[in-house]
Design a protein around this ligand. Structure first.
Ligand SMILES: NC(=O)C1=CN([C@@H]2O[C@H](COP(=O)(O)OP(=O)(O)OC[C@H]3O[C@@H](n4cnc5c(N)ncnc54)[C@H](OP(=O)(O)O)[C@@H]3O)[C@@H](O)[C@H]2O)C=CC1
Ligand SMILES: O=C(O)C1=N[C@H](C(=O)O)C[C@H](O)C1
Length: 240
């Protein structure tokens, strides 16, 4: 477990210890020696966007499969990981922006809706200790929406804004606007809003507790053992 003292890492360590078919063989926190993971069949990374690529390179070099929940994966980063894996046939890496079943389903439902609505925006709401904004899930959702909209031949819907305070309309990811809220008391939440003629559709997912991510992480650990190469997104493991 990389990032074992973190909010997610400590929850994953408990979940692994409670799983009859798994054994926690080592933990690594910031600045600690990663060689204590060398006996592991699978390493799980919930660290920091600035640390995760270096961790992944180490794991792949040492023939250790990886399940990664850490955010910050751009298409360039994914391509780099594919390059590292190219020389390692049989070795698997799973990277998922969100391991909660409901979040994965919400993204799939949003993808289905996107082809019917030119206008769509994403609001993500998280605890105020979160390092990155917008969330990896929101960025992934925005890219999925943009792709589904393009494939349906839709242009982004009209927006009459001509004057705005910087940031008021959120960040543009691909061509979808994403808004980030940070408040104590929240865990991880996302709304995907669609607007049409006289109606709106809202798809919302709420993680009330970090245990919501655990069935997905444990499934990922089991599945990465039999999936060589890079898998991106739990939807591919769930075969949605
Ligand atoms: N995919 C998913 O389903 C989910 C993904 N996440 C993502 O997981 C990541 C972690 O989130 P969270 O647990 O809340 O964050 P935390 O800050 O609570 O935990 C991260 C931990 O990683 C440690 N760390 C930093 N660098 C390294 C390193 N090089 N090697 C080992 N450990 C390191 C940190 O130590 P220190 O504090 O000393 O820097 C800290 O203990 C984020 O990117 C978050 O967005 C979160 C929830 C679900
Ligand atoms: O930092 C978090 O807490 C979370 N991070 C992931 C993200 O950025 O999408 C997943 C979930 O939203 C919780």
């Amino acid at each position: 477990m990389l990032g074992a003292q973190g909010r997610m890492g400590s929850t994953v360590a408990n979940a692994v210890e409670g799983a009859a078919d798994m054994k926690l063989v080592g933990t690594v926190d910031a600045g600690e020696d990663r060689s204590r993971l060398d006996e592991a069949e699978v390493a799980v990374d919930f660290t920091h966007p600035e640390a995760v690529m270096d961790n992944l390179r180490y794991l792949i070099e040492h023939d250790i499969r990886a399940v990664v929940g850490t955010t910050g994966f751009t298409e360039d980063r994914l391509e780099t990981v594919r390059g590292w894996l190219a020389g390692k046939p049989g070795l698997g890496v799973l990277i998922a922006p969100n391991f909660a079943l409901g979040a994965v389903l919400a993204m799939r439902f949003a993808q289905q809706a996107a082809r019917f609505y030119a206008s769509a925006e994403v609001i993500e709401l998280h605890h105020n200790r979160k390092a990155d904004a917008p969330s990896g899930t929101a960025a992934h959702t925005a890219r999925l929406l943009a792709r589904a909209r393009r494939e349906a031949g839709l242009e982004p819907g009209p927006d009459a804004t001509t004057s705005e305070v910087d940031g008021a309309r959120g960040a543009l990811i691909d061509d979808v606007r994403v808004h980030a809220v940070r408040l104590p008391g929240l865990v991880a939440h996302e709304e995907i809003l669609f607007g049409g003629e006289g109606e709106t559709l809202t798809i919302r997912h709420d993680s009330m507790d970090r245990t919501s991510f655990m069935p997905g992480v444990l499934l990922g650990v089991r599945e990465v053992l039999r999936r060589p190469g890079l898998t991106v997104g739990l939807e591919n493991v769930l075969e949605l």
